[in-house]
Design a protein around this ligand. Sequence first.
Ligand code: DOR
Ligand code: ZN
Length: 345
Amino acid sequence: MRTITIPRPDDWHVHFRDGAVLKSVVPYTARAFGRAIVMPNLTPPVTTAAMAAAYRDRILAAVPEGVTFTPLMTCYLTDGTDPADLVAGHRDGVFTAAKLYPAHATTNSHFGVTNIAAIRPVLAAMEKAGMPLLTHGEVTRADVDIFDREARFVEEVLLPTLKDFPGLKIVMEHVTTEEAVAVVRAHPGRLGATITPQHLLYNRNAIFQGGLRPHMYCLPVLKREKHRLALRAAASSGEASFFLGTDTAPHLKHLKECACGCAGVFSAPVAVEAYLKVFAEEGALDRFEAFASRNGPAFYGLPVATETVTYAETGRFIAESVEVPGEGTLVPLFEGETVGWARSP
Ligand code: DOR
Ligand code: ZN
């Protein structure tokens, strides 16, 4: 039986939501990861340092006794974001980064940025302050096919932004295509990328496997097999630009299994195990430490964890949905399946 011991990993892209859902999901991430970049797409979105500080307190209150966990907060950019407020929040240690949601790209993105030109002063201030920009990298125009949205974002938004703001650090979140992998590789040190477990594990056939599979629906949507293979090669390469970011995105079961279901895969209860499955299949367990524990902190200029964790190649059955008292249940990735790795002891 193989085992792997690595510095405690971090999750560089997480949705915790708020209220009862937050209380139910935070413990899963906090037990597995030392730090997490927390997405700001609440209702209303987290647009000020005061809102982020209050949200951070609600997250910390949900961390189980005896567990150490640091939430790293992000600001939701809008057309009206004030550059001075934003960089003050960064300077004061509240904001680690800011998130660009193109308007209408995904869950709660309707307050997002309508045109990147609207936030040029914000990007200039972030560049000067050394504050990273995290992007949901999809264009949202109705004439662009949903499977092409990411590649079009690279051409129309990302490349011009890299050119216009040469000192701005950018993370392309949840990359899903070979085009995204290529542009990240072409800009080492300036452009990083998170990769989710679902985009490494499945191609777009999974959404339609024997019927419509709402729990396989996330944004950006799963892509063709050639893209999945490009992502697996990038993640398992150990290259510094690629790091772990689950995009765990809990939505109550009844809001996914309905006529207009929400986008998101809830992977927090099995996230490290899901990535280990991929790295084991790729024969790249020796590079998992780079992806999970080293590349992210290096990009963000943070120290690598001193604590270590061990995972062993033993089966764990993922039996149950996660209860959200008074609201419903959450269906985790791998529900009803056995995952081949488990935390030890
Ligand atoms: O599938 C997704 N769910 N993708 C996103 O970009 C947002 C997320 C959410 O917040 O539900
Ligand atoms: Zn996300």
